[in-house]
Design a protein around this ligand. Structure first.
Ligand SMILES: [Fe+2]
Length: 153
């Protein structure tokens, strides 16, 4: 019987090996490349190993959901951040899971408060933000979208 660490590494490697080359409504960045870019940037910022790990795995919820692409196209929030946390919870502590769970509300907050941040989002990222529901406790405050941003300009 393999230990927990081996099980974790084997499972994650298998997911990236099988689905990492998928494009997610974006034609120039694969899921694996996106994960590596995020973790690289976190490392460059001297982030903790937990945050670097969270950056690497934050969108794994898209990879374990066979219908992720069609969900977004159909306007359905597949709650990939929650799926990721459920999947990773047996192996990782809250220092890794918390940023993963909150990366969608954090993106929503940043798009609502930082026009420069919003302007850097890809079309796919904007589309996913439109579809993803805001489950945060302060959702009325944070529930700003691109239309609010455009009105603020
Ligand atoms: Fe995400």
């Amino acid at each position: 019987m393999e230990d927990l660490e081996t099980e974790c590494i084997t499972s994650i490697k298998e997911i990236f090996f099988n689905f990492g080359e998928n494009y997610f409504n974006e034609k120039n960045v694969t899921q694996l490349r996106h994960a590596l870019q995020c973790s690289y940037l976190a490392e460059e910022e001297n982030s903790t190993s937990a945050l670097i790990t969270a950056c690497l795995l934050h969108d794994i919820g898209h990879l374990i959901n066979k219908n992720a692409c069609s969900s977004i196209e159909l306007g359905i929030d597949a709650e990939h951040e929650e799926k990721a946390v459920e999947f990773l919870a047996p192996w990782f502590c809250d220092h890794v899971l918390f940023p993963i769970r909150w990366h969608v509300p954090a993106k929503r907050y940043l798009t609502g408060t930082d026009v420069g941040y919003f302007s850097l989002l890809s079309k796919a990222s904007i589309r996913s933000l439109e579809v993803q529901e805001d489950h945060s406790p302060g959702k009325k405050l944070l529930n700003l979208n691109k239309f609010h941003i455009l009105q603020m300009r």
